[in-house]
Write a protein that binds this ligand. Structure first.
Ligand SMILES: [Zn+2]
Length: 256
């Protein structure tokens, strides 16, 4: 068995640099890709996250200037890999923010997995996260409404399938998880938004800061712990960490 990870970009989000990297270039606008991941080569077909929604929904509930081109929704891109939506057996969610969970109606039979703490927060978020989770209180219907999830508990690493496991990396949200994938080139870690771009891991050597934390979080102390944990699990190799919103890895696959 030899697993391959494919980055699928489901569109571009109008964002600000200081959401990606805390306190850096406040207010500078950036367009950031909304990545999700397909893992092939195993006995079952796995997605990690399902990416963002169409342009209208993204602009209505979320970030102005966001754009999803025709054909960019996750299920519309599976044909490139010789797959259709019904071929997907398992979807692991790094977290349940709007840009990671869309189009679940396309996968009615897939097994859905997230962390128990993420599910609990998504059901009852604090007001500043109502939009992030498309909570019904704003008038939206979240894509995961009415779906059953397998809920992972605690901070142990959970084996999902041969070569694929999930581990607790909170901070961006209360129940964020990362997914470790064993490949012929060693372990890779799909980090969700615990790492948004490689800048988070490059840090700021001039200021003797190992990490430059993400700018959107529910617990900044957990953010630092999770950055450490993710880099460790990736064998200390930055390039073996796959961030949720880094433009340099759009369309790539690993091992390369
Ligand atoms: Zn995100």
């Amino acid at each position: 068995m030899s697993l391959t990870i494919h980055a699928i970009n489901t569109g571009w989000i109008g964002s600000f640099q200081n959401r990606l990297t805390n306190c850096r270039m406040d207010g500078v606008k950036v367009m950031t890709p909304s990545l999700c991941w397909l893992i092939t080569g195993g006995e079952r077909k796995v997605l990690v996250d399902t990416g963002m929604c169409d342009t209208e929904r993204a602009n209505k509930w979320h970030h102005a200037g966001s754009k999803q081109e025709p054909g960019e929704a996750v299920h519309e891109q599976l044909g490139k890999f010789g797959l259709k939506a019904s071929d997907i057996d398992v979807i692991i969610f790094t977290h349940l923010h709007w840009d990671h969970v869309q189009n679940l109606q396309q996968f009615p039979d897939a097994e859905l997995i997230c962390h128990e703490k993420e599910w609990q927060f998504a059901m009852a978020p604090i007001p500043s996260y109502w939009h992030s989770y498309e909570h019904p209180i704003i008038g939206a219907v979240p894509p995961f409404q009415g779906r059953e999830f397998q809920l992972l508990k605690g901070d142990a690493e959970h084996r999902i399938l041969p070569g694929i496991s999930a581990f607790f990396t909170p901070g961006h949200s209360p129940g964020s998880m990362s997914v470790a994938v064993e490949t012929a080139d060693g372990p890779y870690v799909i980090a969700g938004d615990a790492v948004m771009t490689y800048d988070n891991l490059r840090g700021d050597p001039a200021k003797r800061q190992k990490f430059l934390p993400i700018g959107r979080y529910t617990d900044i102390f957990q953010v630092f712990d999770s950055l450490e944990r993710i880099l460790d699990r990736a064998g200390g190799v930055m390039e073996h960490v796959l961030p949720g919103h880094d433009a340099t890895i759009v369309g790539q696959k690993w091992p390369r």
